[in-house]
Design a protein around this ligand. Structure first.
Ligand SMILES: O=C1C[C@@H](O)[C@H](O)[C@@H](O)C1=O
Ligand SMILES: [Co+2]
Length: 311
C-alpha cells in the first residue's frame, strides 16, 4: 500500500450484506463496482459473494479500483487455534492474490451478532482463560497474515466479546503490537459506549484500518428500548453513512490526520438496500467527505503537528 495517503473506500455492505445474504441479492459485483466508481471512491472490501481472485482482479482493473481487505470470523476460543489456521490461510492466500492490505478479524465465539437476541444486553463476556487463548491465538494469526503481506486488524463489534472500549483495551494490552493491529469502527463503538473519541485517542498508534459508520440517534434509542437484535437494528435503519447521522466525523478525521494516519478509511453503512438506495447513500457520503472533511485548512489536510485539533 502507498503509505503516503488516505485511501477512501466504500464497503459492499450497503448493496449486499454478508450478515443477511438474501438482502440485495440481485445486486451484482459489476453493478456494485460501477456504483463505487460513479460515487468517486477508490476501492472496497471483499464481500462474501465476490468471485475467484482472477475474475475479481479483472473487474477491479477495468474500473481502476482496489480492495482493502476482507472480514474473517475467528472461533479461536471455541475451536482452538489449530482449527482456525487452515481457513485463515485460505483467506489470506485469496487476499494476497487480489493485492489487499488487511485481513479483518472478529472473534465470534459466543457472539450474538447473527442471532435473534438483544444485542444491547446479551453480549458474551470472556473468562480470563478465554482472553489468554484469544490474545495468544491472535498473535499467531498476525504472524501468519504477514507471510501473505497482510496486516491483521481486529474489528471490535457489537454483540461480541470485544465490544466496549474496556474490552478493546484488554485485547490491545494482551496482544503484540508488532503483529496485531486495530480496526477502528466509529459506529460500533458509538452504539456500544456512546463515545467514539476515547477509543480513537487511546489506540491511535495501533489503528491500521478505519470504518466510518454513522448512527441515527433516535433509531438507535428505539432499537435499544425495544431490545432488538443486531440484524433487526440495522434493518430498522440504526446505521447510515457519514453526514446522515449523529457522529461528528470532522473530529475523528482531524484526530487521524493529526496523528499521521495513513491507509484506508472505508465507508461502511449497513442498511436495507430496498429502503436505502446504495448509490444514493454512497453519493451522500462522498459529498460529506468532500464538503466537510477535505475542505479544511491546509495544515489540517496535511496533519501538521501545529494544526488545530492535533494532540
Ligand atoms: O465491518 C463490518 C463487517 C460486517 O459483516 C459487520 O456485521 C458490520 O457491522 C461491520 O462493521
Ligand atoms: Co465495520
Amino acid at each position: 500500500m502507498e503509505q503516503q495517503e488516505i485511501i477512501w473506500g466504500i464497503a459492499p455492505i450497503g448493496w449486499r450484506n454478508d450478515d443477511i445474504p438474501e438482502i440485495g441479492a440481485g445486486n451484482t459485483l459489476q453493478h456494485l463496482l460501477s456504483d463505487i466508481v460513479v460515487a468517486g471512491f477508490q476501492g472496497t472490501e471483499v464481500g462474501g459473494f465476490f468471485p475467484e481472485a482472477e475474475v475479481l482482479n479483472k473487474e477491479l482493473q477495468l474500473r481502476g479500483l482496489r480492495v482493502a481487505g476482507q472480514w474473517f470470523s475467528s472461533y479461536i476460543i471455541r475451536d482452538g487455534l489449530e482449527r482456525v489456521v487452515e481457513s485463515f490461510r485460505t483467506q489470506c492466500r485469496y487476499l494476497q492474490e487480489v493485492r489487499a492490505d488487511v485481513i479483518v478479524v472478529s472473534e465470534q465465539t459466543g457472539s450474538v451478532q447473527g442471532l435473534e437476541k438483544n444485542v444491547f444486553t446479551d453480549k458474551p463476556h470472556f473468562t480470563d482463560a478465554e482472553w489468554e487463548a484469544l490474545c495468544q491465538g491472535l498473535n499467531q494469526l498476525g504472524i501468519t497474515a504477514e507471510e501473505y503481506g497482510l496486516k491483521l486488524v481486529y474489528h471490535h463489534h457489537l454483540g461480541t466479546g470485544v465490544q466496549t472500549t474496556d474490552e478493546v483495551n484488554r485485547l490491545m494490552a494482551g496482544t503484540d503490537p508488532e503483529h496485531v493491529h486495530l480496526l477502528y469502527d466509529t459506529g460500533h463503538i458509538f452504539v456500544s459506549d456512546g463515545d467514539y473519541m476515547t477509543l480513537l485517542r487511546q489506540h491511535i498508534g495501533r489503528i491500521k484500518h478505519v470504518h466510518f459508520k454513522d448512527a441515527r440517534l433516535q433509531v438507535m434509542n428505539e432499537c435499544k428500548s425495544a431490545g432488538k437484535s443486531f440484524l433487526q437494528s440495522f434493518l430498522s435503519g440504526m446505521f447510515t453513512v457519514p453526514g446522515d447521522g449523529c457522529i461528528d466525523f470532522t473530529e475523528v478525521y482531524n484526530e487521524l490526520l493529526a496523528n499521521h494516519y495513513r491507509g484506508w478509511i472505508v465507508i461502511e453503512a449497513e442498511q436495507d438496500p430496498a429502503i436505502a438506495n446504495p448509490l444514493e447513500y454512497a453519493l451522500i457520503a462522498r459529498k460529506y467527505i468532500n464538503d466537510s472533511l477535505l475542505v479544511q485548512t491546509p495544515n489540517q489536510e496535511r496533519g501538521d503537528e501545529n494544526a488545530a485539533g492535533s494532540v
